[in-house]
Design a protein around this ligand. Structure first.
Ligand code: FCB
Length: 453
């Protein structure tokens, strides 16, 4: 039998969602159109042409959702604020009804004994700003700082944990280079500009948060995979290094004051993304990006094992096991808990953040209710248990991991996959908006209660 695992005394157990994925009410009470509204309303962009118009109807059902969190014993709830709900045109006129929604949500959480953890940009930015050029133009970053100021003034007395951007790499690469996320552009030059302006605006937003929200902690959330070569061949090793460089180091290095990594400048130059070098870096930008933060937020989902059989071909992500649910989730992502110990240790020993929050981790399995109305999602429970063990191992090795946010509180709109992927520990019937605690949620509840298992 496995040893009993006990987490540190003040460890925070939470769960996460994002505005566009759950709120619905896309055009209610003065909310402006977001880039994700526009993208999902464009036929052919999303599996099954799904959209977030209604999603989990959380905008109307938030009280019920807080009750659910309370039932789970959740200590903290990570949610995001829809920028176009607060500033419908991106800047200027404030929509008071939007502020009121988040203000009531925060009060409701606090009343239920749940600590609010807010993300400012989880991707759904105002379409008006995209029409002016989006993240590839610097003025979008300035508008982001204005939004940060407005919302931290309104909520900063009660919300004390703030994330500027969620996964800027995903915004830049999937949104502006690969075209599979909003706004759906395919231009490496624009994607590098987007990445830079996301980073600069992060650094500009941090002092604004601190001045409006006394004693608050502020940081950024980066996605990180355990990217390793399948062999010690030069091609496999380069492939893994470049993949890590693109998704993680390009963002983490400048945030921690190291500037953009030289090997990646070379790589992006070859790719055609930097025709004029780093001429978009203005004096002071790199210092701004490196503004000290209070924590690093990490989202971890799995391992990428790199195998290149021929330099002319794209690298293959090699899957070493049969695709059974123990090793493989329905997103086509490998279940690899050891990688979590790996990334946490690597990030801490390499960058030395004061504190780390695992702001997302979880798995997609579609198991639904059985004839008795139970949801026996054994594979998700197994995924979570083994990842909690992996996190615990990193803590024992000295990593200051302060909290764990399971993705996601409930099944929701999974971006380009629509409703086809279910990451929730709570089942959602999207026809009736019924919510059912899955077995994984019941198990998580017991873990929270005992601070271990
Ligand atoms: C992350 C996103 C989150 C969710 C999970 C599965 O990249 O931050 O919104 O979609 O993946």
């Amino acid at each position: 039998m496995a040893n009993k695992i006990v987490f540190p005394k003040n460890f925070i157990w939470g769960s996460a969602t994002a505005s566009y994925q759950i709120e619905g009410a896309w055009n209610k009470h003065g909310k402006g159109e977001s880039t994700w509204d526009r993208f999902t309303h464009t036929p052919g962009k999303i599996r099954n042409n799904d959209n977030g118009d209604v999603a989990n109807d959380h905008y109307n059902l938030w009280k019920k959702d807080i009750a659910l969190m309370k039932k789970l014993g959740l200590q903290s709830y990570r949610f995001s604020i829809a920028w176009p709900r607060v500033l419908p045109a991106g800047r200027g006129k404030v929509n008071q009804k939007g502020i009121d929604f988040y203000s009531k949500l925060v009060d409701g959480l606090l009343k239920a004994g749940i600590t609010p953890f807010a993300t400012l940009n989880h991707w759904d930015i105002p379409q008006t700003l995209e029409d002016e050029g989006g993240w590839p133009v610097r003025s979008t970053g300035d508008a982001f700082v204005e939004f940060t100021d407005v919302i931290t003034r309104a909520l900063g007395d009660r919300v004390k944990s703030w994330i500027t951007h969620n996964e800027p790499a995903v915004v830049a690469w999937l949104g502006y280079e690969l075209g599979v996320h909003a706004p759906g552009l395919k231009d490496p030059k624009l994607s590098l500009l987007a990445a830079h302006h996301l980073l600069v605006s992060h650094g500009q937003a941090v002092p604004v948060i601190r001045s409006n929200s006394k004693d608050a902690e502020a940081g950024i959330t980066l996605n990180i995979g355990w990217k390793v070569p399948a062999s010690n061949s030069r091609m496999d090793m380069d492939s893994a290094r470049l993949d890590d460089g693109r998704w993680f180091r390009w963002f983490a290095d400048p945030v921690y004051g190291r500037g953009y990594p030289a090997d990646m400048v070379e790589y992006f130059t070859k790719l055609g993304g930097l025709p004029n070098g780093l001429d978009f870096v203005k004096p002071g930008d790199m210092e701004t990006i490196a503004t000290p933060t209070d924590f690093m937020g990490l989202n971890y989902y799995g391992r990428n094992l790199h195998r290149v059989d021929d330099p002319k071909n794209d690298p293959q992500i090699f899957f070493p096991h049969p695709k059974t649910p123990e090793h493989w989730t329905e997103m086509d992502w490998e279940n690899y808990p050891q990688g979590l110990t790996g990334v946490l240790s690597r990030v801490y020993f390499n960058y030395n953040p004061l504190k780390i929050y695992l702001t997302e981790n979880g798995a997609s399995y579609s198991t639904g209710p059985d004839e008795n109305g139970n949801v026996p999602d054994v594979h998700r429970t197994n995924y979570l248990r083994t990842h909690f063990e992996a996190a615990h191992r990193a803590i024992q090795a000295g990593v200051p991991l302060a909290g764990y946010f399971v993705w996601s509180l409930m099944d929701n709109f999974e971006w380009s996959f629509g409703y086809a992927q279910r990451f929730g520990i709570v089942w959602v019937n999207f026809e009736t908006q019924e919510r059912i605690l899955k077995d994984s949620a019941k198990w998580y509840k017991a873990v929270i209660k005992k601070n271990g298992f």
